[in-house]
Design a protein around this ligand. Sequence first.
Ligand SMILES: [Zn+2]
Length: 74
Amino acid sequence: MKGMLASKQTNQLQECLICKKEKENGIHLLEYFICESCESALVSSDTSDGEYREYLDKLKKVRDSLFQNKRRIH
Ligand SMILES: [Zn+2]
């Protein structure tokens, strides 16, 4: 273990939109950041988990922003 909490400056940690944890790896949607573990949770088709619906709800907001943004660009 590398002392995750203390090493904020070595890697560019960003707060995940969904789990609110600071992660190094993930994807960016506009100004939002989603860590790779949440991304894989979203991509996985296991919808029996109640948390998944929370993920979807949050991701919808991100998608709405994306679509609005694209419409303005195109
Ligand atoms: Zn996350």
